[in-house]
Ligand binder design. Structure first.
Ligand SMILES: Nc1nc2c(ncn2[C@@H]2O[C@H](COP(=O)(O)OP(=O)(O)OP(=O)(O)O)[C@@H](O)[C@H]2O)c(=O)[nH]1
Ligand SMILES: [Mg+2]
Ligand SMILES: [Zn+2]
Length: 647
């Protein structure tokens, strides 16, 4: 993609002390800078983290440098910064490497050539705050900076300045070619050789990041024949940890690339019940119906969700009222670590190992692709509220790494839905809590945009699934008979195939319903993602009841009948190519009417006979067979052409 004349551009100079400077012209954002060969700009220097920083665009179009939880940080004027805008020329220190960034190439050429030591006395005034500094390369400040004796003297950088390579344009394919390990706790990206090991000898306790009681973490120099590290007391240590947050990463998670998935929604929208019912169902159906094994990567990490599953599905007193606790804002669901002198709460991820079963029809071909660690996060709804995102509480940063987001929209929290419902569910009772859920969605979008530098007007490549929860309460509003399982056995595959045509058709019906009742949800979702799927869902299949003893709502385990609870995840697996779809030839026969259509941007205008106004259908439904919500006639959408996505 080439930049237009008005597109934001900046220039970046790496002032190495021992080799020629490098100069880059950057017109693609976000631009990743780090030691890893996967970064857009690779800086081969030990003090640089594998992914150290990104240059991102703010929604206002400003270029911003953002630290990516690097170990040695970014310094501006000797102060550690997590982000700073590139408004004028900036002279930064990434670990021990001097990196200058400016909006104009000419501004970089004027920077003082002498390298500075990170331990130097006060640095020159920041160019961004003092125009003169950037104009005066021979300023006293530049002279004042002393090189450590071992460092090369100033002529060398000058030579290298002359030997500078021609300006390179950094171009990058969005999301392509990433390697390395991503920590499921702090999302730090690192190379496999950076893994720390967890000391096992009892005497080796006290860790600077995890506290005095934690076993020490160490970079090993000796290994056992099995590949375990050997700690200072000579013990064999199999457990590995992240070099940044020091939290333990199960071995399977280090071997199988992660698939991050975020569950988002307002408080009490049903996220925890959904997660619990979904994982329980997946354990039971995936192997039987789709030849996929779905197991805990590590029982310790998944203990909370396992306990939840037991509460609802393995309860001995199945007639007693039980309830899952509300997701806490702090406490046992979070790991507290000391990073950069700050106590930070990181949400505990749930990790599942997904592998094809040996009887999978294409076992050999798909084994590598399908062996993945599914990493899920269950936040408290409050974490998604505006203003709840902070440096010391980066609890929703997984959003950046997830390529699919499940957003739970709860109709019982919407007054307009409530007005159409006649249910005795306590959640729709007069006075029960209501919430504007598009604000949560907007905040989520803003966070993703802010941290990833997504340009305004560009849609994300992430898939957004709007899960409309508590279907048991609003079932009558959807004019559609739904089968319990939208998948069928396929004798050729010897597994089930997902009825993707039904899912798209139901998604369209549901979209029409939401567009009528709460159009802002549809507009907000579709302004962010080109691929939005709407799925009805009920984690419980029936309403909770008020427990007179506690005054809280609870459920009786024997009544729980989840509905379509595994469907969003099956769709996710289908999108990843893990499970097959029902062939179009096996769709049920429908009498369709011929329609005229016109594609305009991301909308298809479909002229239906007997309807005055054309239907406006998103292009993501190209190739689908849909039912017109008003006339109830079936029609075929034009066939999908290649669509461009970005983000
Ligand atoms: N009718 C009905 N109610 C449900 C269903 N699933 C969950 N609920 C109710 O929704 C309420 C909130 O569910 P949670 O899963 O705790 O909500 P949450 O989104 O995790 O909330 P936070 O943890 O506060 O963010 C509970 O009182 C449940 O009884 C469902 O399928 N149908
Ligand atoms: Mg919860
Ligand atoms: Zn980490």
């Amino acid at each position: 993609m080439s930049a237009s004349a008005s597109a934001p551009v900046c220039y970046l100079k790496i002032r190495y002390t021992d080799r020629p400077h490098e100069l880059y012209r950057i017109d693609e954002f976000p631009c990743r800078i780090g030691r890893s060969g996967d970064c857009d700009i690779t800086v081969q220097e030990p003090s640089i983290s594998s992914l150290h920083a990104v240059l991102a665009l703010t929604p206002q179009g400003l270029i911003q440098v953002e630290d990516q939880w690097s170990t040695n940080g970014i310094y501006l004027d000797r102060r550690r910064v997590t982000q700073c805008a590139v408004e004028g020329p900036l002279e930064l220190l990434f670990g021990r490497v001097h990196i200058d960034i400016a909006l104009r190439e000419a501004d970089l050429a004027r920077r003082p050539a002498a390298p500075r030591s990170p331990s130097a006395s006060p640095a020159a005034p920041a160019p961004s705050s003092s125009g003169e500094a950037s104009e005066a390369p021979a300023s006293p400040h530049a002279v004042e900076i002393k090189d450590p004796p071992a460092r090369p003297s100033s002529p060398r950088p000058r030579r290298s300045e002359r030997a500078e390579p021609p300006v390179a344009t950094v171009s990058r394919l969005a999301g392509s070619g990433r390697r390395g390990i991503v920590c499921p706790h702090c999302w730090h990206r690192f190379d496999v050789e950076e893994f720390l090991f967890v000391a096992r000898h009892q005497s080796l306790v006290g860790d600077p990041v995890l506290g005095a009681d934690a076993q020490q973490r160490f970079l090993p120099s000796r290994f056992t024949p099995e590949g375990n590290a050997v700690d200072a007391a000579g013990m064999s240590c199999p457990d590995m940890a992240c070099p940044r947050c020091h939290l333990r990463i199960p071995q399977a998670a280090s071997e199988m690339p992660p698939l991050f998935l975020s569950i988002v929604g307002a408080t009490a929208s049903g996220k925890s019940y959904f997660l619990t019912s979904m994982t329980w169902r997946l354990r039971n159906t995936l192997s039987r119906d789709f030849a996929i094994n779905f197991t805990d990567t590590d029982a310790v990490n998944n203990q909370i969700v396992n306990d939840f599953e037991e509460t609802i599905f393995l309860q001995s007193a199945s007639d007693e009222l039980v309830a899952l606790q509300k997701t806490e804002l702090q406490g046992e669901l979070y790991n507290q670590v000391l990073l950069d002198g700050m106590l930070i709460n990181l949400p505990k991820p749930f990790m599942f190992t997904v592998t094809p079963s040996e009887h999978h029809p294409q076992y050999e071909e798909v084994r590598a692709k399908m062996s993945r660690t599914l990493v899920l996060y269950d936040n408290a709804g409050e974490h998604f509220e505006p203003g709840m995102d902070s440096v010391d509480n980066p609890t929703t940063q997984h959003l950046l790494h997830s390529d699919t987001i499940f957003f739970l929209f709860d109709p019982t929290k919407d007054v307009r839905f409530r007005a159409r419902l006649s249910s005795d569910d306590p959640q729709v009772a007069e006075g029960a809590r209501v919430q504007r859920q598009e604000i949560i969605l907007t905040e989520m979008i803003n966070r993703i945009k802010k941290y990833s530098g997504m340009r305004s007007g560009v849609k994300t490549a992430k898939t957004l699934v709007i899960i409309v929860s508590k279907f048991d309460v609003w079932r009558d509003l959807l004019d559609e008979e739904l089968p319990d399982e939208p998948w069928q056995w396929d004798t050729r595959c010897n597994t089930c195939v997902l009825d993707i045509h039904l899912l798209r058709q139901v998604s369209y019906q549901l979209r029409c319903l939401l567009e009528t009742i709460c159009p802002e949800m549809v507009t907000t979702a579709e302004s962010f993602a080109g691929d939005v799927l709407y799925i009805p869902n009920s984690a419980l299949g029936h309403s909770p009841e008020l427990n007179p003893d506690t005054g809280m709502v609870g459920i009786r385990p024997r009544d729980v009948k989840p509905f379509w609870v595994s469907v969003p995840m099956l769709y996710f697996f289908y999108e990843k190519g893990f499970i097959p779809a029902l062939p179009a030839s096996r769709r049920p026969h429908r009498e369709t009417v011929p329609v005229e259509h016109k594609i305009s941007g991301d909308v298809v205008f479909v002229k239906i006979p007997g309807r005055e106004k054309p239907l406006q259908v998103p292009v993501s439904y190209l190739g689908c067979r849909l039912r017109c919500p008003g006339t109830q006639v079936w029609f075929d959408m034009p066939v999908r052409r290649r669509q461009q996505r970005q983000g």
